[in-house]
Every structure is written in structure tokens, then in C-alpha cells.
Design a protein around this ligand. Structure first.
Ligand code: AHR
Length: 328
């Protein structure tokens, strides 16, 4: 092709391309002002990490619900660090997402970044854990279980099981996190009213199996046969503790009573095997509720500040029947 013809062909191609682009633009505008096709929304999800089976199930619930609804999800794993969550939120602002889902690792330290997000006009949906802020207009809603009540439920079950006597050790969740603070509070509230029951050791196991095992080994070394029961703030730590109890030559579920929180499938299997005594359910299947909340808030609705997820309690008497129904 001679140079002039080549330039002419390029001009025609450019004009055609501009036409296509402008058609696409006007299609998007039509959709945005109420045409048949709906605008694809983009949501940023700042997740804590993958410390437990519960956390992985929550990630999966949010990812699959985003896919079902055709939402463009930007996922960020903070590896347990608040500073990574703050960076992710800033990146979501720069990317001009339509909404943010935040599962905050700890309760405090959120106010400045949430103000930045609010200034950018982006609604924040908190899932699973709450934040400690002076101004609750910094988030649209919190969708979570009542962790204090979970602690109470675990304690009431244990008091009955132990006839109000015995020594308990406690494996706590991540220091500063809402579930660790509240599950401790609810549990202690009930146990403190029992003169025959004492919490002889209490330490964080960071919500992981490995740390739960390590801390339980140390408890067993220090207290040996004085330990009658373990209260773990989640199932993963309870399963780690069960391994430590077995390795110490004692029988979990009989010599040492084990009660925990979450209701993951492995906990039900451990109950059927007689090694775990009780788990309080805490549903991680928050995807549908989170995206319902986003749709509502983007439609201009005001949401209740707190949507409480209902929890049930299961022990060895109900575990086998429930096991096939578990979705996480
Ligand atoms: O915030 C919910 C808690 O976090 C779950 O109980 C625990 O397993 C998780 O890591």
C-alpha cells in the first residue's frame, strides 16, 4: 500500500473505531439512566486473611455471591495486618469502587481511614467484626453475630456439663479483635457467677490451629491434670488443643471437656468422634446479606446499623444428625 493510501486507511479505521467507542459509551449511559441493562458495580473487599476454616468459608461466600450477581469484586488479603487493610482501602478509593466490604482485623484505629472513604462518597459495609468509632455514620451497616452472646452460650453449656465445678483454660482469639474481646466478656460474665468454676489460664492462640496447639501444650505443661476443660474462641484452636491433649496422654472430650465457637465441618467431625464436646455456631455465610446491603445502600436506602446473625449451639447429642447439613 502506498503511503497516502495507508494514511487514508488508517483514518477510516480510526473513524470506525471512534464510532464503536461512542456507541459503547452511549449504551453505558443508557444503562446508567435506567435502561434495561444494569451498570456493573465494582466492590472492594478487604479481608483479614485465611487464619481459620471459618475465614476461608466467609471469603468463599462473598466471592461466590459477587459472581452470582455479576459484581466486579476486588479482593485484598491483609495477612492479619491492619496496615494492609488501610492500604487496601486507599487503593479502593483510588480505583473509585462503588462500595467497600470490610472485615476489620481489630476494633480500634479505623476512624481516619473511614473518614477518607466517606469523603470519597463510598459506602462501607462491615462484615463479621465491628469497629470502635465515635461516629457511626462512618459505616453503612455491620452484619455480624453477637459475639458476647456466643461466649455466654458456651459458658452456660459448660456450667451445666460440669455441674458448676472445675478448672477451665481459655484459648483467646486475635488480641484486640471484636470476637476475642466479646467472647471473653460473655464467657467470663457467666463463669464469674459460678463459685466452683475457675479460669486458671487464659492466652491468645490467634485463631489458628497451630497456635492453639502450642498454647495448649504450654497450659498442659504448667497445669497438667488440674485442667478439666478448654474454652476456645474458635474451632481451629480447639482442634489444635485436642491434638495437644492427645499427645499429653489424656482423652479430649472425656478427661478434658472441649467447647468452642464457629461450627465448622471439622468441629462436627470431632464431635462425632467424641473429641470435641460442643460448638456454638457463628455463620460465615455473609455474602448474600452483604450484597443485599450494598444494593440497598446504592439505591439510597438507610440501613439498620447492626444486623445480627442468629447462632445455634450443637453438642455431641446433635452433631451426627447435623453433619450432612453443614455448608462450611
Ligand atoms: O470474626 C470471626 C472469627 O474470626 C471466627 O470465629 C474465627 O474462626 C475467625 O478467624
Amino acid at each position: 500500500m502506498r503511503p497516502l493510501h495507508r494514511i487514508g486507511a488508517l483514518c477510516m479505521f480510526a473513524a470506525a473505531a471512534m464510532l464503536v467507542v461512542s456507541c459503547q459509551d452511549s449504551e453505558q449511559d443508557d444503562a446508567a439512566v435506567g435502561g434495561d441493562a444494569e451498570k456493573t458495580i465494582t466492590v472492594g473487599f478487604s479481608q483479614i486473611g485465611a487464619e481459620s476454616a471459618w475465614r476461608t468459608a466467609e471469603t468463599e461466600s462473598i466471592r461466590s455471591e459477587a459472581a452470582n450477581r455479576g459484581v466486579n469484586l476486588k479482593f485484598s488479603d491483609a495477612q492479619q495486618k491492619q496496615e494492609n487493610q488501610i492500604k487496601a482501602l486507599r487503593a479502593f478509593i483510588a480505583q473509585q469502587v462503588d462500595a467497600i466490604i470490610l472485615a476489620p482485623v481489630v476494633e480500634t484505629g479505623w476512624e481516619p481511614i473511614l473518614r477518607e472513604v466517606r469523603s470519597a462518597g463510598i459506602p462501607v459495609i462491615l462484615v463479621d467484626r465491628g469497629v470502635n468509632v465515635s461516629d457511626d455514620s462512618l459505616f453503612a451497616t455491620l452484619i455480624a453475630s453477637d459475639f458476647v452472646e456466643e461466649g455466654r452460650m458456651a459458658a452456660m453449656w459448660l456450667v451445666e456439663k460440669m455441674d458448676g465445678t472445675g478448672n477451665v483454660v481459655e484459648l483467646k482469639g486475635t488480641t484486640g479483635s471484636a470476637p476475642a474481646i466479646d467472647r471473653e466478656k460473655g464467657f467470663h460474665e457467666i463463669l464469674d457467677a459460678q463459685p466452683g468454676m475457675t479460669i486458671i489460664k487464659s492466652q491468645t492462640g490467634e485463631f489458628t490451629r497451630a497456635k492453639g496447639k502450642e498454647v495448649m501444650e504450654a497450659f498442659l505443661k504448667a497445669e497438667g491434670d488440674r485442667i478439666d476443660a478448654v474454652y476456645a474462641h474458635n474451632d481451629d484452636m480447639a482442634i489444635g488443643a485436642i491434638q495437644a491433649i492427645e499427645e499429653a496422654g489424656r482423652t479430649p472430650g472425656t478427661d478434658v471437656i472441649v467447647v468452642s465457637i464457629d461450627g465448622v465441618r471439622a468441629a462436627f467431625e470431632a464431635m462425632v468422634a467424641g473429641k470435641l464436646n460442643c460448638t456454638v455456631e457463628c455463620s460465615p455465610l455473609l455474602g448474600p446479606a452483604a450484597f443485599d446491603a450494598i444494593e440497598a445502600v446504592l439505591a439510597g436506602e438507610t440501613l439498620p446499623k447492626n444486623t445480627v446473625v442468629n447462632d445455634r449451639i450443637f453438642d455431641q447429642s446433635t452433631a451426627e444428625a447435623e453433619l450432612p447439613n453443614r455448608r462450611y
